[in-house]
Structures are given as C-alpha cells and as structure tokens.
Design a protein. Structure first.
Ligand code: ADP
Ligand code: MG
Ligand code: ZN
Length: 706
C-alpha cells in the first residue's frame, strides 16, 4: 500500500518522497486505524488525508473550518487531477444535492465540508446515501476549548460520526496541540485504537530575528527594499498603525494592501484576494488577517509590534514559508508594546487568575525579545519540546550584529534619569538631553539640570531610540501603567560608577537578499504563472509553488521529461503547463543571449525607487519599451508589466505609445461580446497583428477610466 501511496505522490503532486511524519500517518490510516497527526504549519498535513482518500473505497469527507479556503483547496486538487468538491453555505440546496449525487456516482474522492453542515440531520441523511470511507478533521484543535481557536461547531462532528449508518475511519490533523488538547480530541471523537503521530513543532525553513532599538519605519523600508518581488506580511498592533504604515509604503511606490477589522467586508475581501493572487505583494495588517489565508509563498512576516503571547506570535509568523522554502520572521521589539498589553490585560474583564496567566504568557513573549539563546529553540521549548537543538539560522545563532561601545552615552542618559528623580517618561528625558526649549521643561526648571543639553548633537529621535535600547537591554525599566516612567536598574548604577561597559548590538546593515540561481528567469516564470492564474481564476501558487519556479529557474530544463523531475510537477501539471513553461525558459535564454552585456549590468543608483517605477520613469523620459528592456537587462514583457503596474498605481501613462490605437475599439468590442476576462479568446477573435500588449493595455486603460 505504501508503495502505491508513493507512486501517487509522484504522479499527482510531483514529489519524490514523503516528509517525516507523512509516511507514518498515511500508513496508519491505510491500516484502518483512527489517526491523529500533529505537524507544523506547512508540514504537509493535507497529503496525509488526500492520498489515503485516493486509495480508500468510497469518499472522504474533509471537515475544515475555513469556508474561504475551501474553494482554493478544491481548485488546487482539481488542478492536479484529483476529483474533489466542497459543500458549504455558499451553495443552494439544489447544488448540494447535485454534488452529493455526483459523489454517489463516484465523481468525487474528497468532499470538503464546513462543520456546521454536520449539525443538520437532513445533511446526514444525504450522507447516508454515500459510502463515506473516512472523515478527516483538519485544524482539529478547534475541537477543544483548551486550544487557541475553539469552534463550537466542531462539537457537531462526534455526534454526526455516531449517527452515520456505519462509522467511517477518522483522522485528525493540527499544527498546534498541547497534550491537553490531544487528550480532548481523542476523547471527544471516541477514537478507536487511535495512533498519534507528532513530528514536533519546529520549522526548519524559518529564520527568526529579533530587532531591538531600530527605528521601525526605517527598518521596514530597508528590509522590503532589499527584497523586491517577495511577498510578505507586516503585522501591526492597531488599525491606526496599519493605516499609517500602509499609506507610507504606498507613497513610496510599493505594491501594498491593508487589512483590519475597521474595513468593510468587501474591502477586506478585495485586499485578501489581491494578496492571494500576488496582485499586491505586501500586506500590512492587524492580527485580524490570516485565519482565512493559505498562501504558500509568503516569504517573510514582520511583526511591527509585540504580540501578546508566543502562541499568537508563532501562529502569525508561521504564515511565512508554508511551501518549505527559506523564509524570514522578524520581530521589531520594543518594550513599550508590552506596556500596552499589560494595560489591556488589566482593563479586561477576566477573573484575576486568568489575568495572571495572561501576564505570564506576555512575560514569555517579552523574554523572547531579550533572549540571547537560539530563538527557534526558545519557541519549540515553550511548546514543550525538550530535545530541541540550536537552529543555526536565527539572529542569535548567527550573531549578525555589530558591536558598538556606548558606555559614555549610557552614562549621560542614566545620570539624567537620576537627576530627574526617576519621575519622567522617555519623551521628557530625551527633551532634556536634547536641550529642548519647550514650555513644560522651562516651567519645571528642568533646563537648570546639569544634564540639560548634554546630547544636543543628536536628534531627539536618536536620543529616545537610545533610551529605548537601554530599556530593552534591561539597564532601565519602564514602570507604571499608561504613562510609564523610566527607572534605573542595578545594572545602570554599575555603569554610572564606571564598573560596567555598555556594548550595543546593532543588526548589521541588510544585504541584498541572496539572489539564488537565476533571479531574472524566476521573475519571468512568476509572470507567466500569474498570467495563467488570472486566466484560470485561481491563486498563482495553485499553479506552481515558488519552490517549483525556483527549481525551474535554477535548472532551466529544456525537455518535457526533465520537467517531471522538478518538485511539484506531476503528470497533470506537466500536460497542462509544461509546454508553456518550457517555451518561456527557451525564450528567456534566447533573449538573454541577445541583451548586450554592458547594458545587462543594471544601474546601481536607483535609490529607493522600486524596479517598476524605474522602468516607468525611463518610459516617461521618452525611451521605448525595447530600449528600456535592453538597458535594464530584462525582457520587453517585464518592462510592459512594470508600466501597467505604475499606471495602476496612478501614474500617467502615454498609452498611445504602447497600444495600437486603431484596434482599441475592436478590443473593447470583443471583450464585451465574449464577456471574456481571459486574454486568449479575445486575441483569437481579433486580427493577428493585434498584440497582447494592446489587448492588455486597452482593458487596463478602460478599467482605470482613462
Ligand atoms: P499544512 O496543512 O500542514 O500546513 P500543507 O498540506 O498545506 O501543509 O502543505 C504545505 C506545502 O508542502 C504544500 O505546498 C505541499 O504541496 C507541500 N508538500 C507536502 N508534502 C510534500 C512532500 N512530501 N514533498 C514536497 N512538498 C510537500
Ligand atoms: Mg493545512
Ligand atoms: Zn537559532
């Protein structure tokens, strides 16, 4: 049976081998045992029930909490040739009956259902007409009130299992489950001779970094600039912060969306989809964003603010790198954020012991911000693993720091705190050190202090940043609720006495994210993937994962059978997309040879401007698409996409230089007539000489109302 499972893995998914844990779980299921599998996010839980579903007689019901994901999950299965469908509240009664009938006729091997469905007796009777081989429960921690994400509707699963004509095999999957939660899952589902497999909580492809004492906005700018074309999420604490950061990044020309509970449902849906479909690469969001996304190619997650506990942090940060590709999780740590959480815990309605528990969890999160131990290990140990090793990737393991002696600055700050009788907050202390002439200072006669103006050469921001670093490193402490004051700590006293040196660790300047393999080809293939995805109305990663594109661009295969060796290309995808990708690779190699070498060395002095804006500016200055392509060492296609993107962002574009004006009306007529959103049917309906550029351009121009 396992051999069969392995050959299905290659045939449908294009993967050569199971991951640790997958094989055990699948084997256990195929032996007919109820099975619980705990694997980290991105560990590959879906395959653990999908492959058995193919091998079992009858249909597998997949219970999944996220209606918004079902369609994507089913699309992804259909993409690789696995017959699946979903049943949820977005369907009419007739559609549901139709799908059940289809399952009865053997048209589907998997049906995804929302847990609420199982509360309906009528639905259960429909199911009885089917041969249900297995019920697979995804995100099984939702069953337990001890979990972090309890869903009352999950409580309908156990009674439903009992009510079915014959009890199907049960499997349950989750990424985060403490022993308590597992016990709860087991007993609620009354699992028969269950097998529990756990591969632990570690995520080997994630590198964690804690950044202390940097200006957050500058850090974010520098970070995303070094990672053009990468998709990432930036979590901020409040709607206001999200709005501000979003606006800031937008004015800098970045492709960025936002998401928080203050937006209406349509706005949120649009933002989420644009992100899913790679229309916007960056998402600035509150923690309201994420439950409904399963995007596999998120390359980084930045936490602009401190989350309230490690569970929440790991869940949010863990949205990076579900595809197993190296991805980064960065926490911008500032102790003031902890102060805010403390305040909210105190303001909350919870009983006292619950509040104490929340304070302890918060403290673990704060400790994570200060720790010098391996960050990855700190996290998995928090979840109860005892045999974790240092990861060798995180900022503590790699020590990517520069060390600076700031003893003198520290003495100035500490003595000022002392002179101010430890009665003031960071702002006032910075004002005094700066020598500000504001009224409050004069009224309180703080300008008479010997430390007044002691650091006047620095900007006020630099001074307050420095104070915050001293707080983060435990030399100073913030005390008091809403308006905390700065207090000296024993360590700072030692510094004042000249007994201790203060070394300040700053993160070394970020290098350009490593360009593994052939970045330009990767970009071409990404663009092709996006075109196909648009035409098929599915998110790009459903066509191919980033990992697959990475292998394609590294190895640049030339023949169809070479493609099958690429991870993520099974038979079905080979048939559907193989030719298009081979052609793109061949075309790229040809063009690369034609681009003069000197020109290919793109200029370095582009400063802050994102790549597409550089192309736009050259075009605006009168250069043709071809000239820009040659100058920048990219294909004409890429340049065109740059221009369209700039136009979408509101830049004025000289459309007449791009599109064949004489055909514009025809394009629009064809688009209306065919009701087509895909380009291909429009292209086919028009004279041959009408270019794709014209079609794409005309449609965009109309959409933008130009
Ligand atoms: P989970 O539900 O555990 O978070 P998924 O089932 O969504 O994870 O899988 C995460 C990613 O890993 C998907 O892109 C999937 O195709 C990929 N994957 C799963 N199993 C394998 C495997 N054996 N080899 C390579 N990639 C795999
Ligand atoms: Mg999953
Ligand atoms: Zn580490």
């Amino acid at each position: 049976m396992l051999d069969q499972a392995r050959s299905l893995l290659q045939k449908y998914y294009g993967y050569p081998a199971f991951r640790p844990g997958q094989e055990q779980a699948i084997e256990s299921i195929l032996k007919g045992n109820d099975t619980v599998a705990i694997m980290p996010t991105g560990g590959g839980k879906s395959i653990c029930y999908q492959i058995p579903a193919l091998l079992l007689d009858g249909v597998t019901l997949v219970v999944s909490p996220l209606i918004s994901l079902m369609k994507d999950q089913v699309d992804a299965l259909n993409q690789i040739g696995i017959p699946a469908t979903f049943i949820n509240s977005s369907l009419t009664g007739a559609e549901v009956a139709d799908r059940i009938q289809g399952a009865r006729l053997g048209r589907f091997k998997l049906i995804y259902v929302a847990p609420e469905r199982l509360e309906s007796g009528a639905f259960l009777r429909l199911l009885d007409a089917l041969d249900v081989a297995m019920v697979a429960i995804d995100e099984a921690h939702c069953l337990s009130e001890w979990g972090h994400d309890f869903r009352p509707s999950y409580r309908a699963i156990a009674p439903a299992l009992a009510e079915l004509r014959s009890r199907p095999l049960v499997s349950a999957f989750t990424a985060t489950a403490t022993p308590e939660v597992i016990e709860d899952i087991r007993s609620q589902l009354a699992l028969r001779a269950e097998n529990v497999f756990s591969t632990g909580f570690g995520r080997d492809n994630l590198s964690f970094t804690v950044v202390r004492g940097e200006n957050k906005r500058d850090f974010v700018m520098q970070y995303i600039k070094a990672r053009p074309n990468q998709s990432g999420i930036i979590y901020a604490a409040t709607r206001k912060e999200v709005d501000q950061l979003h606006q800031y990044l937008q004015t800098k020309g970045y492709s960025v969306g936002k998401y928080h509970a203050g937006l209406n449902e349509d706005e949120r849906k649009l933002a989420q989809e644009a992100f899913l479909y790679d229309d916007t690469l960056l998402m600035v969001a509150t923690n309201a964003f994420g439950m409904g996304i399963d995007k596999s190619n998120v390359r980084f997650v930045i936490h602009h603010n401190l989350p309230k506990n490690i569970e929440a942090y790991y869940q949010e940060a863990g949205r990076a790198g579900r595809d197993g590709e190296p991805s980064e999780c960065t926490l911008l740590f500032h102790p003031r954020d902890a102060q805010l959480h403390k305040f909210f815990i105190e303001q909350g309605e919870a009983p006292e012991d619950r509040k104490q528990a929340e304070h302890r969890k918060l403290q673990s999160m704060v400790d994570y911000g200060y720790t010098t131990q391996c960050l990855h290990r700190t996290i998995v140990e928090y979840f109860g693993e005892t045999d974790a090793e240092d990861c060798g990737r995180c900022s503590n393991c790699t020590g990517n720091y520069e060390i600076e002696d700031v003893t003198v600055e520290a003495q100035k700050v500490f003595s000022c705190v002392k002179r101010m009788n430890e009665q003031f907050g960071v702002t006032m202390i910075s004002d005094v050190l700066k020598g500000s002439k504001n009224k409050r200072i004069r009224d309180m006669r703080l300008d008479r202090l010997p430390t007044y103006g002691l650091m006047k050469k620095l900007t006020k921001n630099a001074i307050s940043d420095l104070i915050k670093v001293f707080i983060a490193e435990g030399y100073l402490a913030l005390e008091g609720g809403q308006y905390p004051v700065v207090k000296l700590q024993p360590r700072s006293v030692a510094v004042l006495r000249g007994e201790e040196q203060v070394l300040h660790k700053t993160l070394k300047p970020l290098k350009q994210a490593q360009a593994a393999g052939n970045e330009a080809l990767f970009e071409e293939l990404r663009a092709l993937r996006r075109e196909i995805a648009e035409a098929e109305h599915v998110p790009p990663f459903v066509i191919f994962s980033d990992q697959t594109l990475r292998e394609l661009s590294d190895y640049a295969p030339k023949e169809m059978d070479e493609l099958l060796k690429v991870k993520g290309i099974g038979e079905r995808k080979l048939e559907k997309y193989g030719a298009a990708f081979l052609e793109a690779i061949a075309r790229f190699e040809l063009e690369a040879r034609e681009v003069p070498e000197a020109a290919a060395a793109a200029s370095d002095d582009e400063g802050d401007t994102p790549s597409h804006r550089v192309s736009y500016e050259l075009f605006r200055d009168g250069k043709s698409v071809e000239a820009i392509a040659a100058e920048r060492g990219m294909s004409a296609n890429t340049v065109e996409r740059h221009l369209f993107r700039a136009a979408e962002e509101g830049c004025e574009l000289a459309w007449e230089r791009l599109i064949q004006a004489e055909y514009e009306a025809q394009v629009m007529a064809a688009a209306t007539e065919l009701q087509a959103e895909k380009l291909k049917p429009i292209k086919e309906a028009l004279p041959d000489e009408v270019s794709y550029t014209t079609i794409r351009g005309a449609l965009l121009k109309q959409r933008l109302g130009k």
